[in-house]
Write a protein that binds this ligand. Structure first.
Ligand code: PGA
Ligand code: ZN
Length: 425
């Protein structure tokens, strides 16, 4: 029998992401409402991520997603019509079995995720609730600390910084709105500092809205950011610093070494280097310090720095519970980055967050470097009480879409919400 949450129609189209590459947008319609969602795309992808289906050929330099769109409009639509959007897990399981592969390569994780997210939205609208409340109903929510990527390097920028991301983390704020204000002020101070110290080319920006100055050394980027924090009137304890090394991108597989800051470093030397940076700049987070198969190197740095620092696994886990279990057994990290499109459905993402919690890990919900204007992850982070949300600089539409949505959520929740900062500093 048809109810207000029964799926009446599913439709997808090809749209553009923030780098100007195609991505999938889907719409799921019930008798009450329509939910729309679009999927992001990474540049420094993990080897074990769910597969993003691309067309190949001439159009869009091979990056078209019309095959994924056809899979939504064909096999997924046929399989899901008549089912209820209230049963997220059931819908996701149905899509996983229609695909039938481990990494969603037949239908494409981009096709499946677009439908999964659009279904959650359709459910929220049909039930007249906000998306976060549809994902998890509660009397109290916790809002995440923004991790704002204010200097871009690695594969996200045309400079020579090997480290991909330099982040500010306003843990000392008393609300998410205040954290966003502090982040924005530090970002603008950093702009002035880079401009006066390195000239106009230093304020060009990278893929995630952070500055992409022509610096070469990790230390130089951190020194500028530290200065921007103090110029803005904040203490080192109020706005903590972090890095995402995304180190698979500067790992030399042949020699088992890492190339950064003009040096070739062994695993042990790189660990010492991170320890030095941690002590000098009080880094609160270090993400992907080693290449994505180096579970033992991760375990070693976590043992050494994990008391005061969150060692975050991104490419090593790719939001995949099987890989997370390896990390839990080996004490590889004490934190994880959670990305919807690494695994490909909303309910599997929820499962990964649950497993992280059980392991006592810090959970960070994250965007991708190729994003859309969809603020879905602001709701995901709120629903599942993520400790942090990593969604770029406080600049550029596709990045601020998420921060702005957090402002709306905080306003809507009024006294039913707390800010995670105090637990993390
Ligand atoms: P990506 O970068 O989206 O290019 O993978 C984000 C990250 O590494 O955290
Ligand atoms: Zn990362």
């Amino acid at each position: 029998m048809a109810t207000k949450t029964t799926i009446l129609e599913i439709k997808a189209r090809q749209v553009l992401d923030s780098r100007g590459n195609p991505t999938v947008e889907a719409e799921v319609t019930t008798s009450k409402a329509m939910g729309r969602a679009s999927v992001p795309s990474g540049a420094s992808k993990g080897k074990h991520e769910a597969l993003e289906l691309r067309d190949g050929g001439e159009e869009f330099h091979g990056k078209g997603v019309m095959k994924a769109v056809a899979n939504v409009n064909g096999v997924l639509r046929r399989g899901l019509l008549g089912l209820s959007v209230d049963d997220q897990r059931g819908l996701d399981q149905k899509m996983i079995s229609l695909d039938g592969t481990q990494d969603k390569r037949r239908l494409g994780a981009n096709a499946i995720l677009a439908v999964s997210m659009a279904s959650a939205r359709a459910a929220a609208s049909s039930n007249g609730v906000s998306l976060f409340a549809q994902l998890r109903k509660s009397d109290r929510y916790t809002l995440p600390v923004p991790m704002m990527n204010v200097i871009n390097g690695g594969e996200h920028a045309g400079n020579n910084l090997a480290i991909q991301e330099f982040l500010i983390e306003p843990v000392g704020a008393s609300s998410c709105a205040e954290a966003i204000r502090m982040g924005s002020e530090v970002y603008q101070s950093l702009r002035s500092i880079l401009l006066s110290e390195h000239g106009r080319s230093a304020i060009n920006i990278g893929d995630e809205g952070g500055f992409a100055p022509p610096l070469r050394l990790t230390r130089d980027a951190l020194v500028s950011i530290r200065k921007a924090v103090s110029t803005s009137g904040y203490g080192e304890k109020d706005v903590r610093l972090g890095v995402d090394a995304a180190s698979s991108t500067f790992y030399d597989e042949k020699n088992g070494s890492y190339k950064l800051d003009g040096k070739t470093m062994s695993e042990a030397a790189l660990e010492d280097y991170y320890a030095q940076l941690r002590d000098e700049f009080g880094l609160l987070t270090i993400e992907d310090p080693f290449q994505e198969e180096a579970f033992e190197a991760f375990a070693s740095i976590t043992k050494r720095l994990g008391g005061k620092t969150k060692v975050i696994g991104d490419d090593i886990y790719v939001t995949n519970m099987a890989r997370m279990r390896l990390g839990i057994e080996g004490n590889a990290t004490n934190a994880i980055l959670i990305k919807l499109n690494q695994i490909g459905t909303v309910s599997e993402t929820e499962g990964a967050i649950g497993l992280a919690r059980k392991a006592g890990w810090t959970a960070i919900v994250s965007h991708r470097s190729g994003e859309t204007e969809d603020p879905f992850i602001a709701h995901l982070a709120t629903a599942f009480a993520a400790d942090f949300i990593k969604t770029g600089a406080p600049a550029r539409g596709e990045r601020v879409a998420k921060y702005n949505e957090l402002l709306r959520i905080e306003e809507e929740l009024e006294s039913k919400v707390r800010y995670a900062g105090k637990d993390l500093g």
